[in-house]
Write a protein that binds this ligand. Sequence first.
Ligand SMILES: CC(C)(COP(=O)(O)OP(=O)(O)OC[C@H]1O[C@@H](n2cnc3c(N)ncnc32)[C@H](O)[C@@H]1OP(=O)(O)O)[C@@H](O)C(=O)NCCC(=O)NCCS
Length: 146
Amino acid sequence: MNAYKTIETDDYPGLARMFFENGLEVEPDAPQPEGLIGCWEVLDSSGSRVAGIELEMRAGEYVIGGITVLKPYRKSGIGELMLQTVVDKVRKLGGPRVMLVAKVPAFFEKAGFYRIAREDSPEISKCFTCDQFQISCSPEIMERKL
Ligand SMILES: CC(C)(COP(=O)(O)OP(=O)(O)OC[C@H]1O[C@@H](n2cnc3c(N)ncnc32)[C@H](O)[C@@H]1OP(=O)(O)O)[C@@H](O)C(=O)NCCC(=O)NCCS
């Protein structure tokens, strides 16, 4: 168990920049997503952001649009902690499942997410219309039923 806490933030642009800088397909200067539900962050002891996660509604589904933990802070349970915060939020909202497009499926599997076929998924990602999908890039569509 670690001492980190997940707290809500309204700094979507700051999180989007962090996602972009850590290799996620998020435009750093794009406007806030229309379906944004919330953003959460984890701070270190000096108050600097070391991790963030974002939840939005896409195609009628609760979708995690980004999750990042800064490199020096990885593998200490922060990612799992943030996922739990978002899963709890969706549960409170009455959602039947949480979905995402995973670059690191093994991490999400540990948190109870399962891979689903592209044809079984609503259009939750721009990856579906990208010509590199499953050619040079193979993200997995995943869900966790609640
Ligand atoms: C993926 C990411 C969020 C994981 O965050 P983290 O804080 O390091 O994860 P945790 O420490 O909470 O790990 C939870 C479990 O997942 C495992 N895990 C973490 N990263 C993993 C990886 N890359 N591959 C496989 N398992 C992983 C951990 O070993 C741990 O398992 P354990 O409980 O059996 O020890 C982080 O590596 C990251 O920000 N990566 C860059 C951005 C990215 O790819 N985000 C995902 C986009 S879909």
